[in-house]
Design a protein around this ligand. Sequence first.
Ligand SMILES: Nc1ncnc2c1ncn2[C@@H]1O[C@H](COP(=O)(O)OP(=O)(O)OP(=O)(O)O)[C@@H](O)[C@H]1O
Length: 313
Amino acid sequence: MSELLRIEDLKIHYPIRSGFFNRVTDYVYAVDGVDFVIEKGKTYGLVGESGSGKSTIGKAIVGLEKTTSGKITYEGQDVTKKSVRRHLNYNKDVQMIFQDSMSSLNPKKRIVDVIAEPIRNFERLSDQEEKQKVRKLLDIVGMPDDALYKYPHEFSGGQRQRIGVARAVATNPKLIVADEPVSALDLSVQAQVLNFMKQIQEEFGLSYLFISHDLGVVKHMCDNIAIMYKGRFVEIGTREDIYLRPQHIYTKRLLSAIPRIDVANRDKHMDNRRKVEKEYQESQGDYYDSNGRVFDLSSLSPTHQVALKRGGA
Ligand SMILES: Nc1ncnc2c1ncn2[C@@H]1O[C@H](COP(=O)(O)OP(=O)(O)OP(=O)(O)O)[C@@H](O)[C@H]1O
């Protein structure tokens, strides 16, 4: 086992203030003593109901949330303190993807700037080099070149999540914290984004901390899993341990609530949907080529129409 990140006895407590003097009267124990290790090239899943503390752990790892106590060790170095993180270029190595791509991508910036922003923090590239790098990143996430000068609102939710992934991998990170990255997407688009996150993982040797309330999605993605309840881990184990031999009553309850859609078969479901959509488009007189461009068949000669339908576009 090759360790990338270690979390030890992590606690994050939020003070609750009340009364005339705004005194601290109690605490929300959002994270209350968790330990786990993320291995290089592997995916660690955090599962639990809303409010169990998953996002708080993710945010603490990327430095968006201050820890109350405990230790975060990255490649053998204690990165709990901000000064050490800065010194190690930790913010380049550890990136985050959020659920809501519409609010996490700046709506006023074109995609070229959205993706180039994290690069600019760490590298000095000429305009030309920067564009070339962004083009390459767009290509990796399967987006066309002309996306470069468009704005986030001009894309679908799935496309925006791809752009979010392109942005996250722009600095060649070693770890990506993915907080509910597909929860806002249709089932068929979820499979697309998940499979493609796996491809990128293999290509870049990435590790993921994958946060989700959906045990079906987690089964598809994660090697090791922690089940969270009220700030603590009630069960941890490998994917097989959790799905084949769950021990804790809470895990068993969560497992029995998984919808009957198998993530591995979502692709098939998606292919079918695409086929139906394509047939529909053809019946309407439109035809999409492999780049997603629309051809108006009625504007072509009958011979061309036949050639195009045979795959000649
Ligand atoms: N800034 C904050 N101040 C006070 N309490 C907070 C703050 N942020 C989170 N909490 C509380 O901490 C607990 C854990 O929240 P967290 O967002 O980590 O849960 P979660 O498991 O990620 O849930 P969800 O899936 O809904 O995001 C919740 O009770 C939440 O209300």
